[in-house]
Design a protein around this ligand. Structure first.
Ligand code: KIV
Length: 273
């Protein structure tokens, strides 16, 4: 039996996410990249599904999120949309699909919305991409911001360490968060920053702040599904709580299947025609 407090019947919309913040109801968010797992987590009652560019790491085996293309993101988003009835589905704009100029950003966001039927896009960055975000918003496409650790900029920062520990960077993050709220983003992810800073932003802006490695003082949490389910065992940052050992379950099941095939135990007569 589910122990969450979520209303499992109502479709989650961007507006409803904002109402959840206003009511003090925390928002649950996970990534998904395919039909079957999106269906499972939607039926389990997750509020928001992110078709993250982390697919580059956990689906394609790349070291960073940079190689994944817009076409590949659309492929994942289309598959996810087929499995989801209730959750709000947000799709990452991948590296290289919006940095050129705001027209390119809009064209990429339109492709995602038109081809996948997803409901919003997420985009990494603050003041430096304001014009692009505004242009996407002006087309009626809901935008989720993403501040703090922005993995698409890994080559600029050279590390995935905690961001905004010093005052200058923390101040910029606060200003960027206020800007994202002001221009009309419906929510934002804040990744890997001190908990106190993230909590301050959550208090000072009216749109939901979804944290990852940003402490408990924000309006919701997001994790990469493969990490929290223990499918991807090679990633263990302090902020990650593992809820299952799916890799262990799979290894055990596959091992028993191999044994049964080798011994001739599978298939049995009942499993044959
Ligand atoms: O791509 C992703 O999975 C993300 C989350 C880590 C927020 O952006």
């Amino acid at each position: 039996m589910s122990t969450n407090t979520t209303d499992n019947s109502r479709k989650v919309t961007t507006r409803r996410m904002i109402e959840m913040k206003q009511r003090g109801e925390r928002i649950s968010m996970l990534t998904a990249y395919d039909y079957s797992s999106a269906k499972i987590i939607d039926e389990a009652g997750i509020d928001c599904i992110l078709v993250g560019d982390s697919a580059s790491n956990v689906m394609a085996g790349n070291v960073t999120t940079l190689p994944i293309t817009l076409d590949q993101m659309i492929y994942h988003a289309k598959s996810v949309m087929k499995g989801v009835k209730r959750a709000l589905v947000v799709v990452d704009l991948p590296f290289g699909s919006y940095q050129g100029n705001s027209k390119e950003a809009l064209a990429s966001a339109i492709r995602i919305m038109k081809e996948s039927h997803a409901e919003a896009v997420k985009i990494e960055g603050g003041s430096e991409i304001r014009e692009s975000i505004e242009r996407i918003l002006s087309a009626g496409i809901p935008v989720m911001g993403h501040l703090g650790l922005t993995p698409q900029s890994i080559n600029k920062f050279g590390t995935y360490a905690v961001r905004a520990r010093e005052e200058g960077e923390a101040e910029k993050l606060i200003q960027d968060a206020k800007m994202l709220e002001e221009i009309g983003c419906f929510a934002m992810v804040i990744e890997k920053v001190p908990a106190e800073l993230a909590a301050r932003v959550a208090r000072e802006v009216s749109i939901p702040i979804i944290g990852i490695g940003a402490g408990g003082g924000v309006d919701g949490q997001v994790l990469v599904m493969h990490d929290m389910l223990g499918i991807n065992r090679g990633f263990s940052p302090r902020f990650l709580r593992r809820y299952a050992d799916v890799a262990g379950v799979m290894t055990d099941a596959v091992g028993r299947y191999i044994e049964d095939v080798k011994s001739g135990d599978f298939p049995s007569e009942a499993e044959s025609y």
